[in-house]
Design a protein around this ligand. Structure first.
Ligand code: AMP
Length: 146
């Protein structure tokens, strides 16, 4: 499909681009034309990830930049932006995320312990605006966290 992009008052500079070209630019800039979050795209297999577990509610995959020998993200399919957006209706979902974290910890052999973390908002260190539970293990954790 061809798209005409007019510049107001400068009709002569209007440019014709293909949708594929525009999508390519969006990909290069780290954005995409769809409404999906990064983690929805992983859950939908639009982009690759090392998926360890999935069900109708959530998906668990290895973090691309691990902060511990085992670093897994447990992500609801529902693109809730953050902990701040949870309501009482989400309580079963949150419980399920922890149950999955425990199962993944067991399957990853984390018998000596592990840590789970929800980062929330800018000061909480959240970078991806789609709720996710970090599961970290395989090394001694320190406290307080950075
Ligand atoms: P947070 O800072 O709590 O929002 O955590 C986001 C996490 O997502 C970080 O630990 C990133 O390393 C991780 N991450 C970002 N992009 C990807 C990706 N494509 N696949 C797996 N993990 C990712």
């Amino acid at each position: 499909m061809i798209v005409l992009i007019p510049f107001p008052g400068l009709w002569f500079t209007s440019v014709v681009y293909s949708v594929e070209t525009i999508q390519s630019w969006c990909y290069q800039q780290g954005t995409f034309m769809s409404e999906k979050t990064l983690f929805q795209r992983i859950a939908d297999r639009d982009i690759p990830a090392d998926i360890l577990y999935e069900d109708d509610t959530c998906v668990a995959f290895r973090d691309i930049a691990p902060k511990a020998p085992v670093h897994v993200l447990i992500v609801p399919r529902d693109p809730i932006p953050s902990l701040d957006h949870l309501t009482e209706a989400h309580e079963p979902l949150v419980g399920h995320l922890f149950t999955v974290a425990r199962q993944v910890a067991a399957s990853e052999g984390l018998i000596r312990g592990y840590r789970t973390v929800f980062n929330c908002g800018e000061e909480g260190g959240q970078e991806v605006p789609h709720l996710h539970l970090h599961l970290l293990g395989g090394r001694q954790m320190s406290w307080p966290p950075g």
